[in-house]
Design a protein around this ligand. Structure first.
Ligand SMILES: Cc1cc2nc3c(=O)[nH]c(=O)nc-3n(C[C@H](O)[C@H](O)[C@H](O)COP(=O)(O)OP(=O)(O)OC[C@H]3O[C@@H](n4cnc5c(N)ncnc54)[C@H](O)[C@@H]3O)c2cc1C
Length: 420
């Protein structure tokens, strides 16, 4: 495995670093002021998007568009830079959940659907959501998804309730990719994906939902009712019954992109810890002189480097061997990176004292986002299960293992078990 970047990616990283320093970081306080004033987007967003487009820093997360995107390994350091500020990915049209939705449309949309739904998204300014989870069922097991889809003479009728739909509460959200169960196919099969424009009669946003009292600022989250929502047949994505396959096209990239951005965010947090520890005095010493504080920072550094290597390995495998081969690595990234970010954010909050939980720093929202990341796109436990399943079965009974020494007593029922 070779984690060296391509010459194009190296050039893009340099240019993105410069763009970030010149145009994004100086406007972060302005972004925050717009948020506090309840603006949907910072007023400067369209201007920055134009600049990013002109600078060739647009749609870099779309791997199948050679004029735009890059492979996963090359995209990783760019996503890291974007991850430093929660609003930065939008400047480059790489924000979730739109980027994974674009990847899905690229993978499964027919030519008409590409023209109608994908191309406007690639041009920028179109917000979308992905509606799979439901309040009434354990959504970690996608087979439970129950929103009903009935065939009609014109297309499909949807009835049910979704929640935690990121972007769904944004007034500019144009459409959702909805996963539902075909009523004719039985309860555990026949899940299908359809595109539902937000202005379709019968679709209503019940309420905005938060997580840990943290309101996702860039992609506000909604609970949404579907009551006799009818869409034409041409809105179906992929074949009937193949909705999980459609969902998979986005979940892999979404998980890995989130992880790449999370590493950028962790770097910001460690930088803030370092600055605070250098400046704050307690019991006549700077905080940085205490072993405990040095240990927090050093552990955080080691954990970031560990996480980045795992992400690079996963990205390399996705690029060279495909999603199926990298399933275990995607799950490991999805397990390790949110835990890493949560731990680092927790240490930083402790180091900052009361200020760490205040709205004067991004630390509380980093912690909340990291905590949420341990649940969305599959909770930790589901990924642990996936990783466990890849562990090879034992080939000999334990007492016959050459790694044990003579004298180990046979265990009762010590036959090699294939049970998983
Ligand atoms: C901030 C945020 C944004 C989100 N955005 C979206 C979105 O845009 N679109 C969307 O569709 N959904 C979204 N979600 C929802 C998210 O994907 C689901 O919450 C997640 O899949 C878990 O489903 P659930 O909440 O129903 O938990 P459940 O399925 O009820 O699981 C609850 C807990 O049970 C345990 N558990 C479940 N299965 C297993 C298992 N196999 N083994 C061991 N333990 C298990 C886990 O601890 C799990 O956390 C978002 C969630 C959050 C918090």
């Amino acid at each position: 495995m070779d984690f060296d970047l391509s010459p194009r990616a190296r050039d893009l990283v340099d240019r993105m670093e410069a763009f970030f320093a010149d145009h994004l970081l100086p406007r972060n306080r302005e972004w925050r002021a717009a948020l506090d004033a309840d603006a949907l987007d910072a007023p400067f967003m369209p201007d920055l998007q134009d600049r990013a487009r002109a600078a060739g820093l647009w749609n870099l997360g779309l791997p199948n568009f050679p004029d735009h995107g890059l492979g996963n390994l090359d995209f990783a350091p760019l996503a890291e830079i974007m991850g430093r500020l929660v609003w930065a990915p939008q400047v480059f049209n790489c924000q979730p959940p739109d980027l994974p939705n674009m990847i899905t449309l690229d993978a499964v949309a027919d030519p008409d659907q590409r023209q109608r739904w994908l191309e406007p998204m690639m041009a920028g300014g179109v917000r979308t959501g992905f509606a799979m989870s439901e309040p009434a069922v354990a959504s970690a097991d996608a087979r439970n998804i129950a929103l009903r889809i009935d065939r009609t003479s014109r297309g499909y009728m949807l009835n049910g309730r979704k929640w935690y739909v990121s972007n769904g509460a944004h007034p500019a959200c144009a459409f959702l990719i909805v996963i539902g169960a075909m009523s004719e196919a039985g309860p555990r099969a026949g899940h299908t994906a359809v595109i539902v424009p937000m202005d379709t009669p019968g679709l209503s946003v019940r309420r905005r939902v938060d997580f840990l009292s943290w309101a996702e600022p860039t992609a506000p989250i909604a609970e949404i009712d579907f009551t006799d929502v009818e869409v034409p047949a041409e809105n179906r994505l992929g074949a009937e019954g193949e909705g999980f396959g459609v969902a998979q096209t986005r979940l892999g990239p979404a998980r890995v992109h989130h992880a790449m951005r999370a590493i950028g965010l962790a770097e910001v947090v460690v930088g803030l810890m370092r600055a605070r520890a250098a400046e704050r005095q307690s019991f006549n010493r700077a905080l940085q002189e205490y072993d405990t504080v040095q240990g927090w920072i050093a552990r955080s550094r080691a954990e970031i480097e560990q996480a980045r290597l795992l992400v690079q390995r996963c990205a390399w495998m996705l690029d060279h061997e495909g999603h199926r081969a990298a399933q275990r690595e995607v799950s490991m990234v999805k397990l390790i990176v949110p835990e890493m970010l949560q731990r680092i954010a927790d240490r930083a909050i402790q180091l900052f004292g009361a200020m760490g939980g205040s709205a004067d720093t991004p630390l509380a929202s980093v912690f909340s986002w990291a905590r949420a990341f341990r649940i969305f796109d599959g909770p930790d436990e589901v990924h642990l299960r996936q990783i466990y399943r890849h562990e090879p079965l034992p080939t000999v009974a334990l007492t016959e293992s050459p790694y044990l020494y003579p004298g180990a007593a046979p265990l009762s029922g010590a036959a090699v078990s294939g049970a998983k």
